[in-house]
Write a protein that binds this ligand. Structure first.
Ligand SMILES: [Zn+2]
Length: 69
């Protein structure tokens, strides 16, 4: 006999990748002077939350109970 219990919960959280702003500073290779020339203050939309600043987190928990043999 085996029993499986499943729990699912969803919650909205602030995106950790961008800190809730929805935008991040792009990572550019090269030295500091070159970076300044290419993009001084440009921001790109966050990959994780698509610029919304929030993410939906789904938590799935499955507990299986069976006889010990
Ligand atoms: Zn984000």
């Amino acid at each position: 006999m085996e029993k499986v219990r499943q729990y699912e919960s969803k919650r909205i959280e602030i995106c950790r990748n961008c800190g809730g702003t929805g935008h991040v500073t792009p990572k550019v290779e090269g030295n500091f002077l070159l970076r300044r020339l290419q993009c001084p203050e440009r921001l790109v939309p966050c990959d994780v939350c698509d610029g919304s600043g929030r993410v939906e987190k789904t938590i799935n928990i499955a507990i299986t109970v069976k006889s010990f043999q």
